[in-house]
Ligand binder design. Structure first.
Ligand SMILES: Nc1ncnc2c1ncn2[C@@H]1O[C@H](COP(=O)(O)OP(=O)(O)OP(=O)(O)O)[C@@H](O)[C@H]1O
Ligand SMILES: [Mg+2]
Length: 259
């Protein structure tokens, strides 16, 4: 299921504003990659180009290629809806459908994709996805309760269950723990560790400890000044980025001197 992502000569625009410039990187399957860097350097923007969510914004477009197992997501005739099924996304704030039941939340993505699903299959998929998201034991007796009846950390795991229910190949997470307490954060981090055996995972985080705990590789992005494009400055093994980076700006950032 897990796939290799190759980004080639990628520029990302909002109208005339070039937000991210000339990114080249390869993300291996079955790995966790962290994107770090100061606010506004384009981490979220770049992340959204990996499942074609960026172009949903009017005037927004990209130049370059994003290959998933060799297939360019931006190739002619590629359906962005199919891309988003292949490459799932989890956002900063848990966003379950509040009045929809826990079980229906898990199935929401599958139903959006117009897949008809028999009741027994649906039940099995709900259980499998909630187990995968490490939430099953906490909710198995109240699957018909609304999504909003869960704690923030549980809601975020519900969103992860919803993301994995469509069986994506890649999961993108944009600061998935920033609205969570430390215990829920550790639960999500444990889950990321487990999910890595099946998925290619990319996580944006402002938490340096989190990046060093969960990721195999880290990409440091930076911006030279307001109105300038963000750039990928350094990309390497996480241990190297945090202990022996090649670039001074990376060292300053990971040691807390700016950002
Ligand atoms: N919808 C949008 N329209 C126009 N410009 C945008 C839009 N979203 C983001 N930008 C701009 O693109 C640049 C990169 O923003 P982005 O949100 O990707 O940064 P980020 O690294 O994720 O920051 P943070 O750490 O604060 O989340 C910023 O200058 C931002 O103002
Ligand atoms: Mg962001």
């Amino acid at each position: 299921m897990s796939k290799r992502i190759e980004v080639r000569d990628l520029n990302v625009y909002y109208g005339k504003f070039k937000a991210v410039e000339d990114v080249n990187l390869t993300i291996e399957p079955r790995s966790v990659t962290a994107f770090i860097g100061p606010s506004g350097c384009g981490k979220s923007t770049f992340l959204r180009t990996i499942n074609r969510m960026h172009e949903v914004i009017p005037g927004a477009y990209v130049e370059g290629e994003v290959l998933v197992d060799g297939n360019n997501l931006y190739g002619k005739g590629v359906d962005p809806v199919l891309v988003r099924r292949q490459v799932g996304m989890v956002f900063q704030r848990p966003n379950p459908f509040p009045t929809m039941s826990i079980a229906d939340n898990v199935l929401a993505g599958v139903k959006l994709n117009n897949r008809r699903i028999a009741k027994s299959d649906a039940e099995a998929l709900v259980e499998k996805s909630l187990r995968g998201a490490n939430l099953w034991n906490e909710v198995k007796d109240r699957l018909d309760r609304p999504g909003s009846s869960l704690s923030g950390g549980q809601q975020q795991r519900l969103c992860i269950a919803r993301a994995i229910a469509v069986e994506p190949e890649v999961i993108l997470m944009d600061e998935p723990c920033s609205a969570l307490d430390p215990i829920s954060t550790l639960a999500i981090e444990d889950l990321i560790e487990e999910l890595k055996t099946d998925y290619t995972i990319v996580i944006v985080t402002h938490n340096m400890q989190q990046a060093s705990r969960v990721s195999d590789k880290t990409a440091f992005f930076n911006i030279a000044g307001t109105g300038m494009p963000g750039k990928l400055i350094e990309y390497d093994e996480t241990a190297t980025i945090f202990s022996n980076p090649a670039v001074k700006a990376t060292e300053d950032y990971v040691s807390g001197k700016f950002g």
